[in-house]
Design a protein around this ligand. Structure first.
Ligand code: SF4
Ligand code: SF4
Length: 305
């Protein structure tokens, strides 16, 4: 059995701002709600969402023998309005102006596992960062980190929603587990519902991805046209308005400082950019995922020229 305090200690040493621990039990209510959302067609063109539903809410099905789920988060700072010109047509979500977090967060989780294995040599574990069909957000709620906001992101009382999540599945029990988050959550607030430029956030909690700018600019080719509101990769509108994100400090422990500011690159510059230049300047960021061609298409859709 692993000592709870050892997990918290290695998470902090690896650079995580938050860490919660829960059991690898199936999250039945989460799966039911997710299947309803899928059946209502809100996954739109995100076909991968339909795959492996049973594993998404059952960590022990994803990794046989998993007993404990450790959910970790590292915060980043939203760029706020100062990163954009008033009429900017080349806005990029804040997380994407940094190094791609998938590799770095996975490395941090692997570092945690290695540290634990020095004290618990038999311990086995696997690290996941948005790469397998595991509902990191639902397990984060079970691990006491926060709640799922109306915009369908994890919101935490300490750091709001600007967080990068990773999960470590362990094949042993932990001496104690965190309690599920039971705070007030969003309460009466509905700022993100009102702020969403395309009315993608539904009252019943959840996002209609067919109307979400973030999905339209990044994911599979959308089935319909949408006013992208100046965004060319992702969209931060539902996070910028959230009261839990209002008092973000320049965190000393900020692992991911921006590599560039969206305001530094005009629509004309994007359209004239070569693949070589793109790879050189943005190869280490999440922009690589959608590629230059897609970004240029989004610039054109925004009528930035
Ligand atoms: S990312 Fe943008 S479009 Fe999508 S739900 Fe949030 S505010 Fe709406
Ligand atoms: S803006 Fe309000 S409703 Fe939306 S996630 Fe934040 S607290 Fe919840």
């Amino acid at each position: 059995m692993i000592e709870y305090s050892d997990i918290k200690r290695v998470a902090s040493a690896a650079g995580f701002d938050l860490c919660g621990v829960t059991t690898a039990r199936p999250l039945v209510a989460g799966e039911v709600a997710f299947r309803e959302w899928l059946n209502d067609g809100y996954a739109s063109s995100l076909e991968y969402m339909h795959r492996n539903c049973e594993k998404r809410f059952d960590a022990a099905r994803l990794v046989e023998g998993a007993r404990s789920v450790v959910v970790c988060a590292v915060r980043y700072k939203l760029l706020q309005d100062k990163a954009y010109h008033a009429e900017s047509r080349t806005k990029i979500a804040s997380y994407a102006c940094r190094r791609d977090y998938h590799k770095s967060v996975k490395k941090m989780l692997q570092q945690m596992l290695k540290s634990l294995q020095t004290e618990y040599p038999q311990l086995q574990g696997r690290a996941f960062v948005d790469s397998e069909p595991l509902s990191e957000k639902q397990y984060a709620v079970e691990a006491g980190l926060g709640w799922i906001g109306r915009q369908s992101l994890l919101v935490t009382p300490q750091y709001g929603s600007a967080l990068l999540l990773g999960v470590l599945l362990l094949d042993d029990e932990v001496s104690r587990y965190d309690r599920r988050y039971e705070g007030v959550g969003c309460g009466e607030c509905r700022r993100c519902v009102d702020a969403c430029p395309t009315n993608a956030i539904m009252e019943s909690r959840g996002v209609d991805t067919s109307r979400c700018i973030s999905c339209h600019t990044i994911e599979a080719e959308p089935h319909c046209e949408l006013d992208l509101g100046g965004w060319i990769f992702g969209c931060d509108e539902c996070q910028l308005c959230c009261p839990y994100n209002k008092n973000q400090t320049d965190s000393e422990g900020e692992v991911y400082s921006p590599e560039f500011l969206p305001s530094e690159i005009s629509a004309e510059e994007w359209l004239a950019m070569s693949e070589e230049d793109f790879a050189l300047r943005f190869g280490s960021t999440p922009l690589k995922r959608s590629g230059l061609r897609r970004i240029q298409q989004n610039v054109i859709k925004n009528k930035g020229v």
